[in-house]
Design a protein around this ligand. Structure first.
Ligand code: SF4
Length: 66
């Protein structure tokens, strides 16, 4: 793994709207959410699926350059 092969540089990473250091991995379809009642940007939501949340400075073996 090269040092810049991190989630933040991956084509599957979608940055969170407010926090540039976190985002969602869109490599695969959304997954079942074990705790479906959640808040997003201060609003109560009932989301039974969600994208995996990842930090921009982490990585996985599926990394692909943007
Ligand atoms: S490096 Fe892996 S976990 Fe991170 S955004 Fe890319 S595919 Fe998802």
């Amino acid at each position: 793994m090269k040092p810049d092969e991190k989630c933040g540089n991956c084509k599957y990473f979608v940055r969170a709207s407010k926090d540039k250091n976190t985002g969602e991995c869109h490599r695969h379809a959304p997954r079942p959410n074990p705790r479906p009642k959640m808040q997003i940007e201060g609003k109560d939501l009932w989301a039974d699926t969600q994208w995996p949340k990842v930090a921009a400075n982490t990585w996985c073996g599926d990394f692909e350059q943007k």
